[in-house]
Write a protein that binds this ligand. Structure first.
Ligand SMILES: [Fe+2]
Ligand SMILES: [Fe+2]
Length: 345
């Protein structure tokens, strides 16, 4: 005997069918599930590697964990516009300017997809932005480093967007449907970002001695912060085990970091730049590139708010939000007017 769950492609066996029927009789639906709920259906969906949708029952801790993660991801996208936005007016050619503008605009779009995904969990975008502005929610620490030269646009695209892709591709299979679908689109655009960064460095590495030195300096400054983007080592990662069990996270921080190093070292060789790590060596047996010790005290310091640009980034973000208040008010007024004018269905 088998049964199709409404709106799903999953076929359950007899034991699961009984469990789902029992669950359906006792559960409360919707994003706010602070009453005791039967999680049999949730657990069956997770076990079958199916997606959880906003209408489904979910543990409150799962919902909260996703809100935290998706909000942090969304905040990172829009804060990440700042270090590169600062270089749009200084891009060395019209072609570079057009590419950089398109990339920064993509990051704004990523923020929008992700805030929308977070809203399906019963939180409002205004509230999430308030939390960002008040320092109650985080964004990726990588954006608290300054962009000193044009070559930083290359290093950010190649290394920072490269690390972001490595982190995000597994999220396309994340157990929460709206997040997984948003990330699929994000990843397509990120791979373009990574290639444009590679191409900037490739070109500089074949330019004058000064351009080559500028490219090397940017890689030297961004390499270690990029490795820190995968988060603390597995044995110190607070949310990892639960996120893996819930199918939100698919690979551990250390696995993803290793994969990034293995892919990036040969790319650096092709560009013709070195990576600032004397311990970098190919382990012939495993095929993995071994790398040196990461300075986690620096990571902690930047995370605590002591990075070179933490205060500037949040202040700039707040000012942009305040300056844009009239646009939001006008858009809301226009939407309200449209609703009034709509003929009753
Ligand atoms: Fe992005
Ligand atoms: Fe990007």
């Amino acid at each position: 005997m088998s049964q199709q769950l409404p709106g799903r492609d999953v076929v359950l066996n007899a034991a699961e069918t009984g469990a789902v029927e029992a669950a359906a009789a006792t559960t409360h639906r919707g994003p706010h599930t602070d009453v005791a709920v039967d999680l049999t259906q949730f657990e069956a969906l997770i076990a079958a590697d199916q997606r959880i949708e906003p209408r489904d029952v979910m543990p409150e801790a799962y919902r909260r964990s996703l809100v935290r993660q998706i909000a942090q991801h969304a905040h990172s996208e829009i804060i990440g516009m700042q270090p590169e936005g600062a270089w749009i007016s200084r891009a060395p050619s019209l072609r570079r300017k057009a590419i950089l503008m398109a990339k920064v605009q993509d990051e704004a779009g990523h923020g929008l997809y992700l805030y929308s995904a977070a809203e399906t969990l019963g939180v409002s975008r205004d509230d999430l932005l308030d939390q960002l502005h008040e320092g109650r929610q985080r964004y990726s620490s990588i954006f608290n480093y300054p962009t000193l030269t044009w070559a930083d646009m290359g290093a950010i695209g190649w290394l920072v967007d490269g690390a972001a892709i490595m982190n995000q591709v597994p999220l396309c299979r994340c157990s929460y449907g709206p997040y997984a679908r948003a990330v699929i689109r994000v990843c397509k655009e990120e791979s373009f970002h990574q290639r444009q960064g590679f191409e900037i460095l490739w070109t500089l590495a074949r330019g004058t001695d000064a351009q080559r030195a500028m490219a090397q300096d940017a890689v030297d400054r961004w390499w270690w912060p990029a490795l820190m983007m995968f988060g603390p080592p597995d044995d110190e990662s607070t949310h990892s085990a639960q996120s893996m069990a819930w199918g939100i996270k698919r690979f551990s921080n250390d696995e993803l970091r290793q994969r990034f190093v293995d892919i990036t070292v040969p790319q650096a060789q092709r560009i013709g730049l070195t990576l600032p790590d004397a311990d970098l060596a190919l382990d012939e047996e495993s095929g993995h590139w071994r790398f040196g010790e990461i300075d986690w005290s620096e990571f902690e310091r930047v995370l605590r708010g002591d990075g070179p640009c933490n205060a500037t980034r949040v202040a700039h973000r707040r000012a942009a939000h305040e300056d844009g208040a009239w646009v939001r008010e006008a858009a809301a007024a226009y939407a309200a007017k449209q609703r009034v004018q709509e003929p009753a269905a």
